[in-house]
Design a protein. Structure first.
Length: 556
């Protein structure tokens, strides 16, 4: 942690200086365009001091996975659209938009005062390349499905599978400032997708010049957003952003910068907050009770659903009755209370509070919506457990429970272990605690039995969760395969229900009941973040969807 972040902040080198990629000054498609201003190196004003509990493993918009990555990227990059503070869609680099009567062709006119941090204009060619790069198999983007399965851009599935070249994707630059996108089917929430990081632009010539070093340092990264990157390296203990004085809305950005410390220990974070070294800090569960009475305290819904994923290839959890025994065998209210950060019990595969229909009705009702599929019922859990014992010919089970080594998740897993071993005699759980990024990799490889995982909504539609359990989806770690389920999701994505709003909503609810009824997943809790925020800090935009914290309108 910098002892005097404000003073030392101004000495950092801005993104405008590129050491390893500095020889390149423009893209082949825009090099003839007039270059814009460069971000100033020294910016006077207040610096917001924040923190993360994990390192930032990448700032590459097309490769990012975690919410912390998205937060940094969302503050240094702009896409066509951005999320307003109230959660609505707002134009960013897009100046105007036209949609064909059949809903298949979108034409975006781009603003001409948006520049990369080396002064090169942001053009339609950058969006074409960024999207082609995201869906190309060579990139290995875990969010490629956003372009293919969710956005339904023409030819995207063929490109993603390697059957077509990336330049066959249904997106093209009609000129430097006109982008045309062609969809396979109408997508009612298409504009909502465009503020997500996967859809951000990328400068082809700069990335190719940097090669494997791209996005590993300020010198090998280009920004076009409200802030520029001035201090960062992979697995660093701090990250620094500076106000982008060349940003088209620079006059509205009141912070001179943002400095993040990576603080994995909750007590250290609280100590630094009390010493005025942090302006905002996320509390661990053990700290909430003593901090709740503070006027600085705020409980912020994060939108993340934590749930158990069962490996269906495991000889034990291939058995549906064992999965159901676990599902009914623990009290979610107890777990949420033990985390003590405002998190609430979750009873459905699609959490409440983020997806609403045209009547303003939440897709998920509060409380236990589907008691026949998910509730705390020890007697029922034991019945399923006895059936599992008989079917598998076992009297006891030794199960490894994979969990990220993060305090809230450890607390949840330990509480669940205690409850399940008490309620299901003969079930023994061994907690395997690993770093968060390792937990994800292990589950993706299928090298686990049961694991506590999570998902945050990328856009405000139930499909952001339900698409995960389609056959072959990268996030379908348990490898659930059901042709009927796939057919429902396909019908709601690009089939006969994609434009029938009410029928589509009902079909998605049926899909949710399938993964719940077969105990493919077992919801545990919806996360809230318990924060302390200094009273002189105003205007932090908290979102449950896509990017959780945005600082464009923040003052200090």
């Amino acid at each position: 942690m910098l002892k005097n972040a404000r003073i030392l902040f101004f000495s950092f080198i801005a993104c405008a200086v590129f050491a390893s990629c500095g020889a390149f000054t423009g893209t082949s498609s825009s090099s003839h365009l007039k270059k814009g201003p460069l971000p100033e190196k020294n910016v006077a004003g207040p610096v917001l001091n924040a923190s993360f509990d994990n390192t930032i493993d990448t700032i590459d918009a097309q490769k990012a996975v975690y919410a912390t990555n998205f937060e940094v990227i969302g503050n240094i990059m702009d896409g066509l659209m951005q999320m307003a503070d109230d959660g609505s869609v707002q134009k960013a680099i897009c100046e105007s938009e036209e949609v064909s009567p059949d809903g298949l062709i979108y034409t975006f006119k781009l603003r001409k005062d948006a520049y990369w941090s080396n002064g090169v204009p942001v053009t339609a060619h950058d969006f074409v390349y960024g999207w082609e790069r995201a869906v190309s198999p060579a990139t290995e983007s875990e969010y490629a499905f956003m372009i293919s399965d969710i956005a339904q851009i023409k030819n995207s599935r063929a490109v993603q599978s390697g059957q077509m070249e990336p330049d066959q994707l249904g997106v093209k630059a009609l000129d430097n400032y006109t982008l045309q996108v062609e969809l396979e089917v109408p997508v009612s929430y298409f504009d909502q997708l465009l503020y997500f990081c996967t859809f951000y632009p990328a400068n082809k010539d700069f990335i190719e010049k940097c090669g494997d070093s791209y996005a590993t340092s300020p010198e090998t990264f280009l920004c076009n957003g409200a802030f520029v990157l001035t201090e960062y390296k992979e697995k660093a203990t701090s990250i620094t952003l500076t106000k982008n004085t060349a940003y088209y809305n620079a006059n509205k950005i009141k912070l001179a910068g943002i400095h993040y410390d990576i603080i994995k220990d909750g007590e250290e974070g609280l100590r630094k907050y009390n010493a005025n070294q942090l302006d905002i800090v996320e509390l661990d569960g053990s700290q909430v009770a003593q901090a709740k009475s503070s006027p600085d305290f705020r409980s912020v819904p994060s939108g993340f659903l934590f749930y158990i994923s069962f490996n269906l290839h495991d000889e034990n959890f291939a058995n549906e009755n064992l999965r159901k025994a676990v599902n009914f065998g623990f009290d979610r209210e107890v777990i949420a209370e033990s985390i003590a950060d405002g998190s609430v019990a979750a009873w459905t595969a699609v959490p409440e509070g983020f997806a609403f229909n045209s009547k303003g009705e939440d897709f998920t009702k509060k409380g236990i919506e589907l008691p026949e599929l998910c509730r705390y019922d020890v007697s029922l859990a034991r019945d399923y457990f006895e059936k599992a014992k008989q079917e598998l010919g076992k009297r006891s089970f030794n199960i490894e429970y994979l969990v990220a080594d993060v305090e809230a998740q450890r607390i949840a897993a330990e509480s669940m272990k205690e409850q399940l071993e008490r309620n299901l005699p003969g079930l023994h759980l061994t907690l395997r605690k690993v770093p968060r990024s390792e937990r994800r990799k292990i589950m993706t490889r299928g090298e686990y039995q049961m694991g506590l995982t999570n998902w945050g909504p990328d856009y405000a539609d139930p499909m952001t969760y339900l698409a995960m359990w389609m056959t072959g989806n990268d996030n379908n770690t348990g490898d659930y395969r059901d042709p009927h389920y796939d057919a429902i999701i396909a019908s709601c994505t690009d089939g006969d229900l994609c434009t029938k709003v009410d029928e589509r909503w009902a079909a998605l609810k049926e899909a949710e009941k399938m993964v719940m009824g077969n105990a493919i997943v077992s919801p545990v809790y919806q996360q809230c973040n318990a924060d302390l925020i200094k009273p002189n800090v105003k205007g932090i935009a908290f979102h449950a969807v896509a990017i959780n914290r945005i600082y464009k309108n923040t003052t200090k």
